[in-house]
Design a protein around this ligand. Sequence first.
Ligand code: GRF
Length: 232
Amino acid sequence: MSHHVAVLISGAGSNLKALIEAQQAGQLAVEFSVVLSNRANALGLKHAAAAGIPTVVLDHNRYPDRESFDAAMVAALQPYAIDTVVLAGFMRILTPVFVEQFAGRLLNIHPSLLPLYRGLHTHRRALENNDQEHGCSIHFVSNVLDGGPIVAQALVPVLPGDDEDTLAQRVQTAEHLLYPQVLQWRALGQLALTDKGVLLDGNLLTAQGRQFAIAEGSHSLLALGGAHGQPS
Ligand code: GRF
């Protein structure tokens, strides 16, 4: 039975594109049931349409509050019997109306090594702090913004001469490798959120999840660790 995925976007949709490409390459065993955007002009909608994925636009401005917008999204997704909801550059804060409906089935990608730099301008903040290392995190979504249990992180170096753009690009390259990997874990039933924490292949992950680096020039993930009892 296929694993039904909804992807929520607001903008460029480069993560959506990477996920679609991984699926088309046979590396991701999911069915993209629907792509939902809160902006009609989100570029990512074009990637969905090109791949033949149904799209839904719900303009948040047409709802009186966050809760009613979230309820409309829940209703829009209901017919698709969604197994996993993937937030990929979805720029609305979700309320419990949505989060609790999809508890344990809702993933987000954030451009920092959480718990560092929740919220916006993560690359700028990493540069201002002279961090040597930066990256992205994928986490289950909870009612705390960017605060849910972490599944995986991809680490990238901060290089001399980096500005926000060069650093953002390096992080995005990592995002495009990490999200297909994490979603494949979900699709294959290897990844679950339990009351003890995040389980991957039956192992409880550490607070920062499974960690990866990006292999120089090879565009692939290198495992660093992250399960209890493993080197990290
Ligand atoms: C990514 O950097 C992601 O970490 C953040 O929003 C951005 C979305 O980019 N949540 P895209 O729309 O997938 O290109």
